[in-house]
Design a protein around this ligand. Structure first.
Ligand code: LLP
Length: 400
């Protein structure tokens, strides 16, 4: 049991708390599910990029899936071996491509023909051969929130099957490109297996057709997207997930890569915030807390559900919105939830906040971002200090 009260007293609020033992369990579950084949779990750093989180996963054997050179640098600093780092994303600057090639990471994942031309030109300049994979858009509806759905042609991600094939043939004939991987990612917070199996089959068919023309793909990257329980969702079991993908890979000797973000960290994290006061507007009850949408954006941005609990209080519940101090009507953590009466100083715990929480925080309203604390084997440790006002204005110049 985590002593949230003591943590709030020691580190103040708003605060992020992560249970590193839970992260280990999630990693082990997934690794075990994939044990029937060669596999690499490449943690999607974007979900929670704190150096200690990445380093904890690196120690367990995890690789890193990165979407900026900044994330690649974090992964290397945190001890992820370069041969377990992938660099994805629809738009990479020349300097980012160059640095990735210099650092000799496992793969650059390409999302357009134009990007392949840039990578090839830069590899020529550097006298290098770039190991690449191509992100294929299998045109599958993942049945998740439209903002986090990525595998349909209407989304900006990847290339269609025909383009992918053309790109592989070009890369295979280039002495500066080595097409070793293939990639797809149809969306996030996936709770249905069938779209994943279908997408995997489409992409595996492409790999088989490439094999027939002597283009040998070694890495089959199924992206991330495994959903987690926020409320009462039925989620996919890692074992079923692995089996569904394996069933599409007949005739192929590939290393499976998967890029989980949310699955690893979402339910390892909590956001702690204190009640400032309550008010009632024409019968509508508001609990006003010291954390805001700038600290945890998911409810405002996606109308995402996060379980909310007032620590140590129950009974006499009535409907309330839990809202922050930011000057936006969208600044809320929960709407119309049954919650007990609160008093100033009560601790509100927002659950499932380990993924896409701190990383999406901003300084809107000149609010310093929260501190982050990790608990491992019962021991708390601060892994990011709370920002100060001075941190916020450090890069500004005042014209007098
Ligand atoms: N691989 C690729 C190529 C991705 O685009 C993503 C997530 C992942 C892996 C990791 O997906 P995960 O396993 O975490 O579902 N901010 C949103 C989620 C955005 C996901 C973007 N891509 C949220 O808070 O729900």
């Amino acid at each position: 049991m985590i002593d949230f009260k003591a943590l709030a007293e020691t580190y103040d609020t708003p605060l992020y708390v992560y249970d590193f033992n839970h992260i280990s369990e999630q990693y082990d579950k997934l690794k075990k599910a994939f044990s029937g084949r060669k596999s690499l779990i490449s943690y999607a750093v974007k979900a929670n990029s704190n150096l200690s989180v990445i380093s904890h996963l690196a120690k367990l054997g995890s690789g890193a899936d990165c979407v900026s050179i900044g994330e690649v640098r974090r992964a290397l600093m945190a001890g992820v071996p370069k041969y377990q780092i992938i660099f994805s994303g629809v738009g990479k600057r020349d300097e980012e491509i160059k640095e990735a090639l210099e650092k000799d990471i496992l793969l650059l994942n390409l999302e357009s023909e134009a990007e392949m031309e840039r990578v090839e030109a830069i590899a020529v300049q550097m006298g290098k051969c770039a190991r690449i994979s191509i992100r294929v858009n299998p045109n599958i509806d993942p049945k998740t929130h439209p903002y986090i759905s990525t595998g349909l042609h209407e989304n900006k991600f990847g290339v269609d099957l025909e383009t992918a094939k053309r790109m592989y043939i070009h890369a295979n004939n280039s002495s500066h490109l080595d097409p070793v991987g293939i990639h797809f990612h149809i969306g996030s917070q996936l709770t249905e297996l069938e779209p994943i199996r279908e997408a995997s089959m489409i992409v595996a068919d492409l790999v088989r057709s490439l094999k027939a023309i002597k283009i040998d793909i070694k890495f089959f990257d199924i992206g991330g997207g495994l959903g987690v329980v926020y409320d009462n969702e039925t989620t996919i079991e890692p074992y079923d997930y692995a089996q569904a993908v394996f069933s599409t890979l007949y005739g192929l000797d590939v290393t499976l890569i998967c890029e989980p973000g949310r699955f690893m960290v979402a339910n390892a994290g909590w956001f702690l915030t204190r009640v400032l006061y309550e008010k009632v507007n024409e019968g509508k009850r508001f609990i006003i807390v010291d954390g805001g949408m700038n600290d945890l954006l998911r409810p405002s941005l996606y109308n995402a559900y996060h379980k909310v609990e007032v620590l140590g209080k129950s009974g006499n519940e009535s409907e309330a919105d839990v809202v922050g101090p930011v000057c936006e009507s969208g600044d809320f953590f929960a709407k119309s939830r049954l919650l007990p009466p609160t008093e100033p100083g009560d601790l509100v715990i927002v659950h499932s906040a380990g993924a896409y929480g701190f990383v999406m925080a901003s300084n809107y309203n000149t609010r310093p971002r929260p501190a982050e604390v990790a608990i491992e084997d019962g021991q708390p440790r601060c892994i990011r200090q709370r920002e100060t006002f001075e941190d916020l204005i450090r890069l500004e110049t005042m014209c007098l």
